[in-house]
Design a protein around this ligand. Structure first.
Ligand code: C5P
Length: 293
């Protein structure tokens, strides 16, 4: 029985500037993104009929009703349809989603799951798609799915879909913290009062961690003030993370997840111990961000 396993790493917006809005309501962004060395996990294998099973600490939050709209299933169906048009028939597949990331939390869990599903199914079905077609399919699934297909340090513009690799972005020890309050992305974008913030300024040309920390310190997440109003726990969370001595504390995506940056993974792990003791009911996870190689 053939089986393929693909990681669906957490996406972290180190900075997210809202630079405009398109006619269709989607926002133009300038964002620096890195990925964690862990996240959800997708496993696919040949089966007699299609199935989706779940495990992991946050799987219970994907109830049966929302499961029908799950991006994993949309990714499977879209890919199957596209391959069919190209004359490639696909067998039924059993998909397993290990849901380790909090739901609706600004770290792209659903998008990462969809991207990992596409990668895994292309292997299982022994199929290939030209890169532009795959990118277009990813974008139809969600604005963040193209960047999740790459899962490398990057800068993205457009609505988040124009992806430029950023090989000089160094690795950081990081913590991800979430007050386990889900935040609706459309409601955050809708509540913005300004949509013409300046883009990200010049970036360091080397991988020096201090240079990057300084540059990142001058950047923003333009969704954070709005998210803090709609979800008051974010301010408390960010303060707690900052108090552990993080080099930088900021919200990711449309929240509510906040991250802290540290020079090393060890420092991040210590911070998680401290934070988990203060707020045992919240989610804290130490991660190492990825490097391009
Ligand atoms: O593309 P995705 O389904 O992930 O986006 C969810 C919602 O977030 C969109 O319906 C839109 O309201 C908002 N959004 C936006 N601008 C973006 C990305 C998302 O306004 N660049």
């Amino acid at each position: 029985m053939r089986e393929y396993r693909e990681n669906a790493p957490a996406k972290i917006n180190l900075a997210l500037h809202v630079t405009g809005r398109r006619e269709d309501g989607y926002h133009l962004l300038d964002t620096l993104v890195t990925f964690a060395d862990r996240g959800d996990v997708i496993t696919v294998r040949d089966a007699d009929q299609d199935a989706l099973t779940l495990s992991g600490p946050f799987s219970h939050l994907l109830e049966a009703e929302t499961l029908q709209n799950n991006l994993v299933l949309k990714a499977r169906d879209d890919l199957r349809e596209t391959l069919k048009i190209r004359g490639i028939t696909t067998r039924p597949v059993a998909i397993h989603l290990e849901k380790n990331l909090p739901i609706a939390s600004g770290i792209g869990g659903g998008s990462a799951d969809a991207a990992a599903t596409l990668r895994a199914l292309l292997k299982l079905w022994n199929a290939d798609l030209p890169a532009p077609n795959l990118q277009a399919m990813a974008l139809r699934l969600g604005a963040d799915v193209p960047m999740c297909l790459r899962s490398i340090p990057l800068r993205a513009t457009g609505i988040g879909d124009a992806v430029l690799p950023l090989p000089t972005l160094p690795r950081f020890g990081m913590i991800l913290g979430n007050p386990l309050k889900t935040v609706s992305t459309p409601s955050i974008f809708k509540a913005l009062t300004r949509r013409d913030y300046p883009p990200i300024g010049p970036l360091p040309s080397t991988s020096n961690q201090n240079d990057w920390l300084k540059a990142l310190g001058d950047m923003r997440n333009d969704l954070e003030p709005v998210a803090r109003q709609l979800c008051p726990e974010i301010a408390a969370l960010a303060q707690l993370i900052s108090d552990t001595g993080a080099e930088l504390t900021r919200m990711s995506g449309s929240g509510a997840t906040c991250f802290g940056l540290y020079q090393t993974l060890e420092k991040a792990e210590k911070a998680v111990d401290t934070l988990q003791a203060i707020k045992p009911e919240w989610y804290f996870q130490a991660v190492h961000s990825v490097s391009e190689v």
